[in-house]
Design a protein around this ligand. Sequence first.
Ligand code: HEM
Length: 148
Amino acid sequence: MTADTIADPRSPLAPRRKGINLEKWGWAYMRASGVVLVVLIFGHLFVNLVLGDGVKQIDFAFVVGKYASPFWQWWDGAMLWLALIHGANGMRTIVNDYVTHTTVRRVLIWLIWIVAAFLILLGTLVVTTFDPCLGVTPDSSLWGMCQG
Ligand code: HEM
């Protein structure tokens, strides 16, 4: 088999390194996270865009209301982690498929995971530490609520 030929799917496994087969778990993760993401993403779209006043209801107060509830913090946190890891792992697959230069491929895959980790960190901080009263001054409409 040359480098540009895909192995017959039913051919015996080539001798592999011992230990965890990360490629196999990555494959399983894409399917498992996909199933959970369908529920999380469509639930998110339904609650935000269909229920209540629909898209017109989305403003700062709407976000304040949602993040006052641990339920939505967990929902959005799970969606953030699952989708970013899913998206990054999917991009890794695409890079592995198309980028033939070893160094360029390694650099791109490192970049994908660094960007994903950074976005997960930022998003998790937002979801868990969101405070609508931070920096609120007396001329803000939130002043009354934030005094209580
Ligand atoms: C709605 C829920 C979703 C489901 C059911 C789903 C399902 C899947 C599955 C089963 C794969 C593997 C395909 C394969 O190995 O041939 C995949 C690949 C991928 N997914 Fe998702 N996904 C969802 C949401 C997302 C989201 C939100 C993102 C972006 C953040 C994303 C980005 C990707 C990428 C980049 C790939 C790689 C595509 C490829 O290998 O050609 N997916 N998805």
